[in-house]
Design a protein around this ligand. Structure first.
Ligand SMILES: NC(=O)c1ccc[n+]([C@@H]2O[C@H](COP(=O)([O-])OP(=O)(O)OC[C@H]3O[C@@H](n4cnc5c(N)ncnc54)[C@H](OP(=O)(O)O)[C@@H]3O)[C@@H](O)[C@H]2O)c1
Length: 325
């Protein structure tokens, strides 16, 4: 194993991943606009030098698996240098609405299609993207267990699960990783889901560490989202909540300046230092963004920086509440 960059073990497997992973939703043009294949391939190409070996995608990242296809194109013969995670169980309907289907037949079909798009014979970590209310969790788990036994997946994960669903899935198929939302402002998993994962040796791989760019500190207070930018619908980008979040980011900016890092690096370092967090999925649509964010892996906090962050969090009033996904 390359020891130049930090690596963390996923569950009980022999998969070792970077604490900062590339979240591959934005490269398919899903978070904001102005994304083209050239930029996306450059973003993927920047990962090894930035110390990232962990890529997170899903069938529904893009209208029809574009993110997976880009990863397949970008990796080529370097595939074995990466731990590739993808997800099945969520798709886009022809009318543009989102569909959830965790039926065994669908999960197996989607896995085969993902393998083709990624240009590989196995997914390192295959997640059920979300529980399907119409399909018992144990049935979805049974299908993923079969894919594990067939060697099409090296490990199985779940995403957006509560403790009851985790228990029911784990009874049928061993879970290696859980993928919930988590960041400085959304800490709901600390109440029960994160402790469950720590008790069961399940790695927590979190999404939205930068809250879609809000915590990267580069969206101005008067920022107006372009039409079609998916972020405008989230309450934390609106009204009084937005202003409070901007006050918080102003606090973080001062702390980051004193600590000699950027706001994004400060936020991601804090996140990957939280007990039980194995890796943070950091979305990026440009190489320079992931290069900056990956720099968090080199940041070391002083005692003063830590207490300044704690004080800023107390001022913002981030109670341990359920995440507003
Ligand atoms: N399991 C699930 O249900 C689920 C749900 C959501 C996400 N995810 C995973 O988690 C990943 C992360 O979520 P996300 O991509 O939505 O959001 P994110 O990582 O919280 O934010 C990504 C956005 O932040 C901005 N950004 C990133 N680095 C930056 C930097 N250094 N400086 C300035 N801005 C920066 C970019 O915004 P601009 O576009 O404005 O440049 C980028 O599009 C996804 O890619 C996906 O892999 C999983």
């Amino acid at each position: 194993m390359d020891t130049t960059f930090p690596r963390r073990r996923l569950g009980k497997t022999d998969l070792f991943v970077s604490p900062v992973a590339l979240g591959c939703w934005p490269i398919a043009g899903m978070t904001s606009l102005n994304v083209n294949d050239e930029d996306s391939l450059a973003t993927l190409a920047a990962c090894p030098e930035a110390g990232i070996n962990f890529l997170d995608t899903a069938y529904c990242y893009g209208a029809d698996g574009e993110s997976e296809r880009l990863i397949g194109r970008a990796l080529g013969r370097r595939r074995d240098e990466f731990v590739i995670a993808t997800k099945g169980g969520i798709h886009w309907n022809p009318d543009g609405t989102r569909g959830v289907d965790g039926s065994p037949a669908r999960l197996k079909r989607e896995c085969e299609a993902s393998l083709r798009r990624l240009g590989t014979d196995r997914v390192d970590l295959l997640y059920l993207h979300a529980p399907d209310p119409q399909v018992p969790v144990a049935e979805s788990a049974g299908a993923l267990r079969e894919l594990l036994e067939e060697g099409k997946a090296r490990a199985i994960g779940v995403s957006n699960f509560d403790v009851d669903q985790l228990n029911r899935f784990h009874a049928v198929c061993p879970i290696t990783a859980h993928q919930p939302p988590y960041n400085m402002l959304q800490r709901g998993i600390e109440a029960d889901v994160l402790p469950w994962c720590r008790t069961h040796d399940v790695s927590t791989v979190i999404y939205w560490p930068l809250m879609k760019g809000l915590l990267a500190g580069k969206l101005a207070r008067d920022h107006v989202f372009a039409e079609g930018d998916g972020r405008a619908k989230y309450p934390m980008f609106q009204g009084a909540e937005w202003q409070k979040n901007q006050d918080f980011v102003d606090d973080l900016r001062q702390i980051a300046t004193a600590a000699g890092c950027t706001v994004a690096q400060l936020v991601v370092r804090w996140t990957i230092d939280q007990p039980g967090i194995a890796s943070a999925l950091c979305g990026a649509k440009r190489a320079r963004q992931i290069e900056e964010t990956a720099g968090a892996m080199q940041v070391v906090f002083s005692v003063e920086t830590r207490s300044a962050i704690d004080a800023a969090l107390r001022r913002r009033g981030t109670a341990v509440t359920k995440a507003a996904v």
